[in-house]
Design a protein around this ligand. Structure first.
Ligand code: GDP
Ligand code: IMO
Ligand code: MG
Length: 438
């Protein structure tokens, strides 16, 4: 019953899409369990660039995909995304959970008018949609779209939300007109969605029971988790590995391994503490070389050195046993590379990041410096295999492994699918779980 959770260990954009796409070669099912179209997961393969927001990254290989109950599901984004996949000639095999929260147009408008400003959200309606889910009386699910009394349910929700929608200037005219317009759009979503809806808990548990390889694709990153991240500078869902269980309806006992994804440095989009943040020319260098602009919003990402206290925290709350390190190629050409190994906060040393915005924003990183490596022909390094990694890069990887007590299964040396260099631990992981030989 091989099930692996792929989880972001930093502030999102660690390259989870590239990792999931790589592993999807052997997977039977790829499952999203949290977040919504705030996610932007990039896959570069076979001359195409995919930017997945709702559809799991397994779709680039035409794998069966599931969008789980924990997702805030925007039918309009889904329709666009499925359309784009079909335009690329891709077969689309996706199940959308009936339990998923419906994210409606007014959630996006509310997001733009409220939290967007102070938190720097993606304005995809995430906070307002989860707010309604938790409130229950104002929440709607995919299943409601298919119930005979959807119109009645929607009317009740709009009546309850009218004051809020007017205050935020989302609703300007007549409530009845707004309601009728939404009903009209809902009709289109319903017809489009009909062939996709189903029961995520049945599909995923059956696949696991039949010994299929299931990959859970986390969205965002650990430090953006609503409970465990740098609250309030977080997203509104459970981004950590445990979210895979609650977000789909599988037992924690069904998860065999947690694979943490970390970028070789750190990036963050939006507001919130960032202890190792760089400014000036070093930041420019990383941002330009790494193409650090948001997949969903196009915003320049804040960048900084690798932060081990944060990764130790992340490792702890996710139970990370295996590591994928991406974008090592981006650091090429730097003479020395700094890595934070501890924080000093109010004169005290912390080896594990305290996950509180106030403390994190006062953290002074304690750095060590590691040897850099020069630019090489990474394509031939990938071809020649793990043993051909330059010494300094190997030292960087091994340093991280030692500090986090994890095993590296792959490193990324470029955005394209074929630029993933497999480490020996990947064969062990997939071999022991799924009998896969690489
Ligand atoms: P995600 O949200 O975690 O899936 O990450 P994003 O797709 O938002 O951002 C990662 C970016 O880095 C994308 O543009 C990827 O194509 C790119 N990328 C992934 N792995 C590598 C790598 O190893 N090297 C380089 N240079 N780029 C990479
Ligand atoms: P992927 O899956 C990076 C950030 C936003 C903002 C905060 C709250 O591609 O890694 P939200 O719209 O969720 O209410 O915004 O979270 N954020 C992300 N940052 N990658 C993401 O997703 C993100 N999804 C949300 O920038 O700071
Ligand atoms: Mg992203």
């Amino acid at each position: 019953m091989p099930a692996i959770v792929v989880v972001g260990m930093q502030f999102g954009d660690e390259s989870k899409g590239a990792v999931v796409d790589f592993l999807a070669e052997w997977a039977d099912l790829v499952v999203r369990y949290n977040g919504g179209s705030n996610a932007g997961h990039t896959v570069v393969a076979e001359g195409s660039k995919y930017k997945f927001h709702l559809v799991p990254s397994g779709a680039a290989r035409g794998r069966r995909c599931v969008i789980g109950a924990g997702v805030a599901f925007d039918p309009e984004v889904f329709m666009e995304e499925i359309g784009a996949l079909r335009d690329k000639g891709k077969g689309v095999d996706v199940l959308v959970s009936l339990k998923a929260t419906l994210l409606l147009p007014y959630h996006k408008e509310l997001d733009a008018s409220l939290a967007g400003e102070s938190l720097g959200t993606t304005r995809r309606g995430i906070g307002p949609a989860y707010q309604d889910k938790m409130a229950r009386v104002t929440g709607l699910r995919v299943k409601d779209l298919f119930s005979g009394d959807f119109a009645k349910k929607l009317r009740k929700v709009l009546e309850l939300k009218e004051a809020e929608l007017r205050r935020a200037n989302v609703l300007r005219g007549n409530l009845e007109d707004y309601y009728n317009e939404l009903l009209r759009r809902a009709e289109v979503w319903r017809e489009f969605l009909r062939p996709f809806i189903g029961e995520d808990h049945v599909e995923v548990n059956e696949a696991i029971a039949r010994g299929k390889l299931v990959i859970f694709e986390g969205a965002q990153g650990t430090m953006l988790d609503v409970d465990h991240g740098t609250y309030p500078y977080v997203t509104s869902s459970s981004t950590v590995a445990g979210g895979a269980c609650t977000g789909v309806g599988v037992s924690p006992l069904a998860i065999d391994a947690v694979l943490g994804v970390c970028k070789a440095y750190t990036s963050r989009v939006g507001a919130g503490p960032f202890p190792t943040e760089l400014f000036g020319s070093e930041a420019e260098y990383l941002r330009e070389r790494g193409g650090e602009y948001g997949t969903t919003t196009g915003r320049p990402r804040r960048v900084g050195w690798l932060d081990i206290p944060m990764l130790r925290y992340s490792s702890l709350v996710n139970g990370v046993g295996y590591l994928a390190i991406r974008k090592l190629d981006v650091l090429s050409g730097m003479k020395r590379i700094k890595v934070a190994v501890a924080y000093e906060i109010d004169g005290e040393e912390h080896r594990i990041a305290p996950p509180y915005a106030e403390e994190m924003s006062r953290a002074e990183p304690v750095y060590v410096e590691l040897e850099g490596w020069r630019e090489l022909d990474w394509r031939s390094i990938v071809r020649e295999g793990w043993e051909s990694l330059p010494e300094e890069m190997r030292a960087y990887v091994e340093f991280l492994e030692r500090e986090l007590n994890v095993r590296t299964v792959m490193v990324g040396l470029g955005p394209e699918r074929e630029m993933t260099l497999v480490a020996p631990a990947l064969s062990e992981l997939l071999g022991s779980l799924a009998g896969v030989r690489i």
